[in-house]
Ligand binder design. Structure first.
Ligand SMILES: [Zn+2]
Length: 178
């Protein structure tokens, strides 16, 4: 059953669905000849683009039968849910991508002339801070290194450093002891 749709936009509105041979035109809201209301075919209640225009408040369905209104409401909500699900899926993908990211970190083992070895090591971003970054040559030191918090904050986060605790050197705030 065809139904009536009112254009709420101040200017003329056009809706075309070439696949279904639909081309409709409304005059702006409050048109003196009443051409801001058009009769539209039933099939539009299942048209995603049309429903989008309704949910965005461009069109409103006039004198819809209860059945039609229920259909519009259900379809509109399905569309909103789909959109929300898509947005959520996009965010989940981003989050997963972040976890899978690899970053490089300098090897923290002591270097030959004091200081750190510094050879770039590729680590998984999500393991950063869990395991010390160590190059192949220093991988065996993994169990000796502990992460300590330095007496320094950057952006409200304590700066950490991997060290090999030596006797007499306190590591009071060790946060991991692998
Ligand atoms: Zn190294």
């Amino acid at each position: 059953m065809p139904f009536l749709v009112r254009n709420l936009a101040p200017g003329p509105a056009v809706f075309t669905d070439l696949a279904n041979n639909i081309a409709l035109e409304w005059q702006g809201a409050g048109d003196p000849n009443g051409d801001d209301i058009q009769q539209v075919p039933d099939g539009l209640a299942d048209n995603v683009n049309f429903l989008r225009s309704v949910t965005r408040g461009i069109f409103v369905v006039e004198e819809a039968t209860e059945e039609m209104q229920a259909k519009l409401t259900a379809s509109g909500e399905a569309w909103r849910r789909r959109n929300e699900a898509q947005a959520k899926a996009a965010i989940d993908t981003l989050e997963k991508g972040k976890d899978a990211d690899f970053v490089t970190a300098p090897c923290v083992a002591p270097g030959p002339r004091g200081g750190d070895c510094g050879v770039d090591v590729i680590v998984r971003h999500k393991h950063k801070g869990e395991k010390p970054p160590l190059c192949d040559r220093h991988a065996h030191l993994g169990s000796q290194l502990v992460l300590i918090e330095l007496d320094k904050m950057v952006d409200g986060v304590p700066v950490t450093k991997w060290i090999i605790p030596t006797i007499g050197e306190a590591a009071p705030s060790a946060v991991t002891t692998p």
